[in-house]
Write a protein that binds this ligand. Structure first.
Ligand SMILES: [Zn+2]
Length: 387
């Protein structure tokens, strides 16, 4: 799929029989109206015209495309809203507005692409986040931090440690209700018949959340010859595997790691992990936490980012999720090239094909630039072909 042709576009006209469908060959590029940067597309079915940016962040903006892309890229790389605004000499409220629009679009993109995912493992974790309540100097930094300590928020993450694909990012309290919400979302992203090995930290509410979503009614066998039949019981699915990684830390040093199997047997858990050459651990997700602290300003530092509480953080996390999954090649999942490619300079030959988590998970076959993701017009419903 490339942005330059018309094959990823769809007609937006509600009265058109081709509306919302991608790849039906009904669209023609029709030049750049009044010398603008964007093509006009013509639908030959309904004779309607629309710009190729319709429905994206760029539609109707007077600011240059490069400026908007660079601002969003800066936010994705972890510079706060105020910092980004200073670098590009743009009003912070404009930066925030673009972030909100970009995040809306990226959430739609994630919904469009992240479904029927097949993975062998899912690691779940919660990460403590500091939400800045500082709004345009309305409260002092000290006051903001005090407020935050009264209402701590947690960033909840579900990822596949093999492809490094971020399945779900959410924020909320560290409660059973949130564990239920996150596991529910994971179950929606995964293919209906995909039951991976779940690995979590020691937070005990995961057990209930997993049992809720990966359970079934079982009729116990009657023990006595007479009397009423025993009541059916809600039991974990026979294939469900779940293990907790319990760590003991003393004086900031990890002294012991214990594995507690929640559902299934230790042998079955090890059978999933053994071919991958790794034992039960949540090291992957902890590395991700580090990268998230670097990429999402509000998570990383006690700074007065113009991040309007929980909503602002939600937007930055939506941006981070898609940037991580589709745009950033990950060293841990790179693929060897069949033949090394010579480079233009004097450097050594290229040995590896850059690979993003979404490529490793088989969701796409290309590294996406942030510009391409932001220009992608998300169709209104699922299409028979992916991205
Ligand atoms: Zn049409």
């Amino acid at each position: 799929m490339t942005i330059r042709d018309t094959s990823a576009h769809f007609c937006p006209n509600p009265a058109c029989a081709y509306r919302g469908w991608v790849g039906w060959g009904n669209l023609r590029a029709n030049g750049h109206p009044s010398g603008g940067p964007w093509r006009q597309l013509l639908c030959i079915a309904c004779r309607g015209y629309f710009l190729e940016t319709l429905g994206t962040l760029f539609h109707g903006k007077r600011a240059s495309v490069d400026l908007i892309v660079h601002v969003i890229a800066c936010l994705a790389e972890g510079l706060g809203i105020r910092g980004t605004a200073r670098v590009f000499e743009v009003d912070p409220n404009t930066v925030l507005q673009w972030l909100v629009e970009a995040a809306d679009q990226l959430r739609a993109f994630a919904r469009h692409v992240l479904h029927d995912v097949r993975v062998g493992q899912v690691q779940l974790d919660e990460l403590f986040a500091l939400l800045s309540a500082v709004k345009d100097g309305a409260v002092s930094a000290a006051e903001a931090i005090e407020r935050l300590e009264r209402s701590p928020a947690w960033v909840w993450v579900a990822m596949d440690p093999e492809s490094k694909l971020l399945l779900v990012i959410d924020i909320g309290e560290r409660t059973l209700a949130m564990a239920q919400r996150v596991v529910h979302h994971v179950a929606q992203v995964l293919a209906p018949d995909c039951a991976p090995l779940f690995l979590t930290d020691g937070f005990r509410e995961y057990l209930t959340a997993l049992l809720t979503h990966y359970g079934q009614w079982v009729q116990p066998v009657r023990q006595q010859a007479t009397g009423p039949a025993p009541k059916p019981r809600w039991m974990p699915l026979p294939g469900l595997l779940y293990a907790q990684v319990v760590k003991t830390v003393r004086r900031r040093r990890l002294v012991r790691v214990r594995h507690r199997v929640g559902f299934g047997t230790l042998e079955a858990v090890n059978a999933v992990l053994a071919p991958l050459g790794c034992q039960i651990n949540t090291a992957f997700i902890e590395r991700l936490n580090l990268s998230m602290r670097q990429h999402v300003a509000a998570v990383g530092r006690r700074v007065a980012t113009l991040c309007k509480g929980e909503d602002g953080l939600r937007h930055q996390l939506a941006l981070f999720q898609t940037y991580h999954n589709f745009c950033l090649p990950h060293a841990g999942v790179r693929q060897p090239l069949p033949q090394p490619l010579p480079t233009n300079g004097t450097g050594s030959a290229k040995q590896w094909r850059p690979c993003t988590p979404a490529m490793a998970a088989g969701l796409t076959d290309q590294v996406w630039s942030l510009r391409e993701v932001l220009l992608y017009r998300v169709p209104p419903w699922p299409q028979p072909v992916g991205v």
